[in-house]
Design a binder for this molecule. Sequence first.
Ligand code: LLP
Length: 423
Amino acid sequence: MHHFEERDGELYCEDVPVRRVAEQVGTPFYLYSHATLTRHYRVFDEAFAGIDHLICFAMKANENLAILRLFANLGAGFDIVSGGELYRVLRAGGDPSRVVYSGVGKTAGEIDEALDARILCFNVESTEELHAIDERARRKGVRAPIALRVNPDVDPRTHPYIATGLRKSKFGIPVEQALRDYETARSLANLEVVGLDCHIGSQITETGPFTDAMKRLRDLVQRLRDAGITIRLLDIGGGLGIPYRDETPPAPAEDARALAEELREFNRTGCRILLEPGRVIVGNAGILVTRLLYRKGTDAKKFLVVDAAMNDLIRPALYGSWQEIRAVGKTGGERVVADVVGPICESGDFLAKDREVPAAAPGDLLAVMSAGAYGFVMSSNYNARPRVPEVLVRGEEIHVIRRRESYEDLVRGETIPEFLKNR
Ligand code: LLP
């Protein structure tokens, strides 16, 4: 459920006509609904109400400071994957003692920053990384809290680029190798073994892969216990999907029900559950608004050229994702089959392909729905296009939470060496 609705033929975000935001900030822009963000967070949190748990929002899905603060205010922790993400959490006022740090390539500098911030846990993805963290902690005279991220080898049945829990993916440590790595971790003086972590993929639309992974984790924890290794944090990752089109992913409550018995058992053994949802919280809480510039084409093929492009939203080009396109203003209800394309000089620059969309005319606004996750965060300056603003609506209020970049922003940090100046 979200708060982007049509009223009298016009698209609203909560109590604000989307058109009014376009008048204020120009196009294109990302628009988020405060009520939807809050609701999605709460629904997820309440789904796990009977279980001792902590939500570590996977901020890679949306890293705007205002949105991080909103979740921090609701009690969230964060799942980070870089020093930059840690910096954002701290700048947003997030609590570092609720931060877990995932990713296969943490650098020495990033490890140091996370140690200094006293994060909750490092999710370690290789034997060599264990040694690297031990060494950084030794230099600082501290003990680093670690979990091993295991790869349970289950098929999440999602797009191959976002499947992470298969044996052939670069993520995690194979389950069979985990016990050996736990023994290693235990033997390293500057590490404290606190947890076990697992994340199998993203946009997962059934409970099966989650319950399969859970069984493997349970067996592993049993083997660890037999070896005298106990954990107090079990991080089950994120990955729950959302309906973009006709997918019917389980609601958070359904997913929680499928896992509840196992999770309670973990709680009984003194183990707290960590969750790393990203998309399910923010995906349907944001849209990308764009203006139609030109129509072109032949009888065989029509194009709607809009002012947003693959640099603003790369998901259609990169994953072939399908995201609904809606009219923002009143239309005559006519529809047209067309490609919705941007101004970038690549044929992969499309937001929709061979899609029946509103028969918009130049100047009309269109909304690309379900763009709150992996939208703005994956945008770039390709073709020297300034990144677009992000706007948060709350009731009748409009808050610009990131301004549009200027041309000056585009060249910030670049220099022409002297030798090139004297021709
Ligand atoms: N935890 C870890 C360790 C992850 O790698 C991810 C996502 C998450 C949590 C959050 O997953 P979510 O709940 O959002 O599914 N750019 C792609 C998605 C990449 C997901 C990467 N990892 C897309 O636009 O579909």
